[in-house]
Write a protein that binds this ligand. Structure first.
Ligand code: BJW
Length: 237
């Protein structure tokens, strides 16, 4: 299969103006809860009810009527629809705002909040209700192994082979709304640059890895992403 000419990496910043919190901003999720309590396999083994509570609350928030894709999500869907060379959106986000905006060639490298996974049989299922420790797996019937289909620290991100191939073959790499703190995603810009891609950072402020990008534009995603995509589609630089 031919590699997409444009690879886009998105992070929590793209969904901020849709009403979802980022992680590392002063008002972000990690200012309220500790990573070690909710986002590691060890936390889940120690206190699964606490981890379920954290993700159940976020799932209910995502499903709330006020959370909608914003102009940045929609601009990326338009980019995919109008780019003959192909576009792959790799998102670190577990929300479903890219797909709701119309992106189809999409990879959720840190999983999806609206899916569950059984630790026993590994079956992945749609999930819009709260998960509990007592819940039985709809596929194998075993109780006690249901977890959110998300990637915690120390776990392997999803789709890394496909991501590696896409980065090696792309002509343009765009990172949007990610702080560049979490690997392997933070290293994608270097991989794309080695492959000869044009690299662009679109973020509210310079990320940890901003100096690795050839071009940077700063401002709220809902404003700067549509403007940049317009330019890209018109063939401007
Ligand atoms: C706006 C905006 C607006 C605001 N408009 N912008 C030591 C060195 C190097 C690596 C490691 C190390 N020790 C351990 C590691 C590996 C570890 C890691 O990276 N740790 C670091 C903390 C150092 N990584 C892992 O464990 C990963 N797995 C792994 O490495 O497997 C082994 C492997 C080996 C070999 C090859 C490949 C892999 C797994 C990482 C799992 C991350 N999980 C989380 C939580 C789960 C999902 C969830 O609950 O939602 O994923 S953590 C959290 O961070 C979440 C995010 O996806 C991820 C990234 O955050 P993101 O999106 O960048 O958000 P923020 O908040 O950090 O930034 C938001 C940005 O938006 C900011 O810049 C704002 O300015 C901006 N912004 N408003 C535009 N309106």
């Amino acid at each position: 299969m031919r590699a997409p000419s444009i690879v886009v990496l998105t992070g929590a910043g793209i969904s901020k103006e849709s009403g979802l919190d980022t992680f590392r901003d002063p008002d972000g999720i990690w200012a309220r809860v500790r990573i070690e309590d909710v986002a590691t396999p060890e936390a889940f083994a120690r206190d699964p009810a606490r981890v379920h509570e954290f993700y159940n609350a976020r799932r209910r928030g995502l499903l709330g009527a006020q959370v909608e894709p914003n102009p940045a999500h929609r601009a990326l869907a338009r980019l995919e629809a109008e780019s003959p060379g192909g576009v792959l959106v790799i998102t670190q986000n577990i929300d479903n705002l890219h797909e709701r905006a119309g992106s189809r060639n999409l990879l959720h490298m840190h999983g999806e909040l609206l899916k569950s996974r059984c630790a026993h049989c590994k079956a992945i299922a749609a999930c819009t209700d709260d998960l509990t420790v007592a819940l039985a797996c709809p596929a194998c019937g075993a109780a006690g192994g249901m977890r959110p289909h998300v990637v915690w620290f120390g776990e392997m991100p999803l789709g890394l082979d496909a991501i590696e191939a896409a980065l090696a073959g792309c002509e343009t790499f765009i990172a949007i709304g990610t702080s560049g703190n979490v690997y392997p995603a933070a290293g994608f810009v270097a991989d794309a640059a080695v492959a000869g891609a044009r690299t662009i950072e679109l973020n509210l402020e310079p990320s940890m890895g901003h100096s690795l990008f050839a071009e940077c534009r700063y401002g709220p995603a809902a404003t700067i992403v549509p403007a940049f995509i317009d330019e890209l589609l018109k063939g401007g630089r």
